[in-house]
Design a protein. Structure first.
Length: 318
């Protein structure tokens, strides 16, 4: 729906997921598969952590929180993307679009901060193992997560306000499968620099800074691991690092392309833009519980205990 050059206020947006028609079926099937596996895997991780008292420890609270974030991320994003793909376009009320933007930014920011906390947790556990039980407790972990959650919410309360101030004079069509603040600013007629500030500050505070903390923590862990004399101890440290770095890489690398390429002036097709966004948000939500299930022995054992019960039926003698 094209509009005249007069500046007006719109009440809804039209999402047009720019995916070639011959690839829509593949994308719909892939998203459905990702969503089912993500929901099942993350719910399973949360369940085994709740049911097993031995997993009521700081590291597993972090892993359980990550599973909750991944559940929220998938639920906010994938169902709506599927509806857009199935209908070729979708009308979204302005308020609903802004709400999706806010929630999606929140889960992305919380995951980035959580991964930094997990890296710091492993840093203390490896470098200062004797101080770890006192430095990292369940109570401190819960408080830190609550504080970060409140901070993340307060830090972006201006997003809905800025979004409500935007005016549109060319189109109310968003060419992607989702509502995105950067796209909203791009298609609007508002050229005030203040609307671009949240994108830059958010990328630094919630993207670059946590990633630097993660890399510094694991660099220090790697140095400490090299000093370990026993092969078993060294292997255990590196195995822990690899697990977390896989999760960090799955989260940061696609999103880095998603935000950095357009900011650097590199032109990419809308279809590529959509695919990168899907990879950066939907795929990690599916793979994170799989990575932790296979690489964490305690979670793996808990899953086996939950599903594979040994048959110990006694033989009755007459």
């Amino acid at each position: 729906m094209k509009m005249k050059n007069a500046t007006i206020t719109v009440s809804e947006f039209i999402l047009q997921c720019s995916i070639e028609s011959n690839q829509k079926t593949i994308m719909i099937s892939a998203l459905t598969f990702i969503y089912i596996i993500s929901m099942f895997g993350n719910l399973l991780v949360i369940l085994v952590i709740i049911l097993n008292p031995q997993l009521h420890a700081p590291m597993y609270i972090y892993i359980g929180t990550l599973a909750v974030i991944d559940l929220a991320n998938g639920s906010i994003l994938i169902p709506k993307m599927l509806s857009v793909l199935l209908l070729s376009s979708s009308v979204v009320p302005y308020a609903a679009c802004v709400l999706q933007i806010f929630l999606l930014l929140h889960v992305e920011e919380m995951e980035s901060l959580l991964l930094a906390l997990m890296a710091f947790d492993r840093y203390i556990a490896v470098v200062y193992p004797l101080q770890y039980p006192l430095a990292i407790t369940n109570k401190k972990v819960v408080i830190s997560l609550l504080v970060l959650n409140i901070f993340a919410i307060c830090f972006k309360l201006h997003i809905p306000i800025f979004a409500s101030e935007l005016s549109f004079c060319h189109t109310n069509i968003l060419p992607f499968c989702f509502c995105d603040y950067a796209t909203l600013v791009h298609v609007s007629c508002s050229d005030d620099p203040k609307y671009s500030v949240p994108m830059i500050t958010g990328a630094v505070v919630y993207g670059v800074s946590p990633l630097i903390l993660v890399l510094l923590s694991y660099s220090r862990i790697a140095i400490e691991a090299l000093r370990v004399t026993s092969a078993g101890g060294k292997s255990k440290v590196f195995s822990t690092c690899v697990t977390h770095l896989l999760v960090v890489g799955l989260f940061h690398i696609p999103l880095a392309f998603f935000y950095i390429l357009p900011a650097a002036g590199i032109t990419i097709t809308r279809e590529t833009y959509n695919v990168i966004f899907i990879l950066g948000n939907a795929v990690p939500s599916m793979l994170n519980p799989i990575i932790y299930s296979f690489r964490n022995q305690e979670i793996n054992k808990s899953i086996h205990t939950l599903f594979i019960r040994r048959r110990s039926t006694p033989i009755r003698r007459k």
